[in-house]
Design a protein around this ligand. Structure first.
Ligand code: NAG
Ligand code: NAG
Ligand code: NAG
Length: 360
């Protein structure tokens, strides 16, 4: 049953529930089998390392008179699963390279639970900085003025985090593209978490599990996050950065009452400072950092616990003067792009590619 494309969504969920292996099933059945780096008639696919981080590179075969766009892609999987070799990521990168005549670098990074934050962040950042060097871009025929970072879910989290980090470096990105990204770990009771708490693919309990596993295998963090009691009172000055009551448009707030989540223990954040680290929760960046970010495209889905993370980032970036394009998919659900057999995947992929075509 791991060969996802042959299985309709409903039976995957039934199988997952039936086997009772929770988070693992929900993710595993969505087609995470890996495929080798196989070139086709239009795209050369190869694997190498950037700064010791393994990456898969997709190069268009047709001749080009000019330098190409470059897209640095970061896969999702809750910081715990997946790789650039996963079938649906391979399909997306191949298609991106072919339709946009772009060089796509699809990066790997070490995964939880073996590795915790900041390993994932650092692997991705190291690979990106390697790629952004003038001579490396030149080697792959990439125009230094036309490089974007992109990622989905946990990859969207890492994309936002490395894009923030890169404003201090010399090389500049043209754009960041965030597909249903996770952007904060402070408030696990946003309206989107409440409304989609039991939605298949990514229920609230799974997302909390992924976050806690990103930080540590100590179950005390997961327990506190499930109760939304992981942020202590002395960290309440950070809540303005993730306050859905002030950062969400009215239509997403309807029927919800704001409660500030400040009942955590100081001990816990002292032991796991990652919980308050801007490199894990990019929404914690201040306005002046945000104001230096490049052109941004954010895709959010209605049926997604992470919806409000993305919507709040749109608000904060626009407040800081960043140019942001936002596509909210009313019938979208978390991970939709990866379900290659579904119409919604085609629709969202086409939106994604056409934004890149026009803006990169
Ligand atoms: C290669 O490009 C041609 C022309 O655009 C297209 O018809 C064909 O389907 C592509 N092949 C693959 C494997 O994508
Ligand atoms: C959140 O925003 C609301 C206004 O929308 C405000 O009343 C409240 O004090 C804020 N809470 C925190 C903790 O920032
Ligand atoms: C960021 O800037 C916006 C718009 O100028 C302002 O309303 C907001 O209070 C600022 N946020 C923070 C956290 O300073």
């Amino acid at each position: 049953f791991l060969n996802y494309p042959l299985f309709p969504l409903s039976s995957q969920i039934v199988v997952g529930e039936f086997l009772g292996i929770g988070h693992f099933t929900n993710i595993a059945v969505t087609g995470f089998q890996e495929v080798p780096p196989t070139s086709d008639e239009n795209v050369t696919v190869m694997e190498t390392t950037f700064n010791s981080v393994p990456v898969r590179i997709y190069m268009p075969k047709r001749k080009s008179e000019t330098l190409r766009r470059g897209i640095f892609y970061i896969h999702g999987g809750g910081w715990c699963f997946g790789s650039a070799a996963v079938f649906h990521y391979d399909v997306l990168s191949r298609r991106t390279a072919d339709t946009l005549d772009a060089v796509v670098v699809s990066t790997n990074y070490r995964l939880a639970p073996k590795y915790h934050f900041p390993t994932q962040f650092e692997d991705v950042y190291d690979a990106l900085r390697w790629f952004m060097q003038q001579d490396i871009l030149a080697t792959y025929g990439v125009d230094p003025q036309r490089v974007a970072v992109s990622g989905d879910s946990a990859g969207g989290n890492l994309a936002a985090a490395v894009t923030q980090q890169l404003i201090y470096a010399k090389s500049k990105l043209k754009a960041q593209v965030l597909i249903y990204p996770a952007l904060q770990a402070l408030d696990m009771d946003l309206p989107s978490y409440q409304e989609n708490s039991h939605f298949p693919i990514l229920p609230r309990s799974s997302m909390v599990w992924f976050w806690s596993e990103y930080f540590t295998t100590d179950r005390a963090v997961e327990k506190a996050m499930l109760l939304n009691q992981h942020i202590p009172r002395e960290s309440s000055h950070l809540l303005k950065f993730v306050n859905w009551s002030s950062l969400l448009p009215e239509r997403f707030k309807k029927g919800h009452v704001y409660k500030s989540p400040t009942h955590g223990s100081s001990e816990l954040v002292k032991n796991y400072p990652a919980m308050l680290d801007v490199r894990a929760s990019p929404l914690l960046a201040d306005n002046s950092t945000l104001s230096r970010l490049p052109l941004t495209y954010i895709i959010t889905c209605q049926y997604d616990v992470l919806r409000d993370d993305g919507v709040m980032y749109v608000t904060r970036l626009r407040n800081a003067g960043v140019q942001v394009a936002h596509d909210h998919v009313e019938d979208g659900f978390h991970g939709a792009v990866s379900f290659l057999q579904m119409k919604i995947s085609h629709r969202m992929t086409n939106q994604y590619l056409s934004w890149l075509r026009e803006n990169l």
